[in-house]
Design a protein. Structure first.
Length: 258
């Protein structure tokens, strides 16, 4: 009999295979002209929450441009940061943050779980927007990055870290959006029925990504704490106070045929 982690991994693999089949069916419908985007949006209006993604990307890049210097910024730091070593290998879980965030919404849409999709989307919208607003009103930075010099391509981990450092300024760090996003995935895994089978895989993945941020010196422990606090407050709001509203909003609508 397989142990619990192995069973969770097998169940998650089955869910991903089912998702692949669902996507293949949708693509077939699109190619044969049997799928209408307009009708889909009319019957699933909550998918419009996806429109936040380009808005967020523009906002984030603009803020990175406006607040690119550490001059005059609050320095996010706790003494424990000096005890945490720089470990370049943690850059690999760090960069998996992006596919991790995309997994819940696509599973929820493929399985038709509108309420769970709505709650996750609202959590991300509120979480990322509040984080960016805090950084805009209260400019902050971190000064923990080591001097990597010119890492050789043979040291691939340090090479990737250098690339991340070059693309991402050390500003706009508090609270950590990596932590806020990972907590959203963890909350979603305990919400939607279709993610519950692999929830412990997602919990481990989310914790690993969050921890990686301090080992690659992208965040201070203070940023993680702030991200945790914000995440818990949003969980209370969206998965508690607004749950009935999200259940109603996430219901599929009937398409009236005339």
């Amino acid at each position: 009999m397989p142990n619990k982690p192995t069973q969770d991994l097998l169940e998650l693999q089955e869910e991903l295979q089912a998702l692949q089949e669902e996507l293949r069916l949708r693509m077939t419908q699109i190619r044969t002209g049997k799928f209408s985007y307009r009708d889909y949006v009319r019957t699933h209006p909550y998918v419009l929450l996806f429109l936040y993604l380009p808005f967020y990307l523009i906002w984030f890049m603009a803020q990175e441009y406006w607040i690119s210097s550490v001059d005059g910024c609050f320095v996010s730091y706790l003494p424990i940061d000096d005890k945490i070593p720089f470990l370049a290998g943690f850059i690999y879980p760090y960069i998996t943050w992006y596919p991790l965030l995309l997994l819940p919404p696509f599973v929820f849409l493929a399985k038709g779980d509108g309420p769970a999709f709505t709650r996750y989307a609202l959590y991300i919208i509120f979480g990322f927007s509040i984080s960016l607003l805090i950084c805009a009103v209260f400019p902050n930075c971190q000064l923990l990055r080591p001097d990597l010099g010119q890492p050789e391509i043979t040291n691939f981990s340090r090479f990737i870290v250098a690339g991340v450092y070059g693309a991402d300024t050390p500003t706009n760090v508090l609270p950590s959006m990596h932590v806020v996003g990972c907590m959203g995935v963890i909350f979603a895994s305990f919400d939607g029925e279709d993610l519950r089978k692999g929830r412990w895989i997602l919990v481990f993945w989310g914790v690993l990504v969050s921890v990686s941020t301090v080992f690659v010196k992208q965040h201070s422990v203070l940023d993680l704490i702030a991200g945790l606090v914000l995440g818990v407050l949003l969980w209370i709001l969206i998965y508690g106070i607004l749950k009935k509203w999200t259940d109603r909003f996430g219901r599929d609508r009937r398409l009236d045929k005339k």
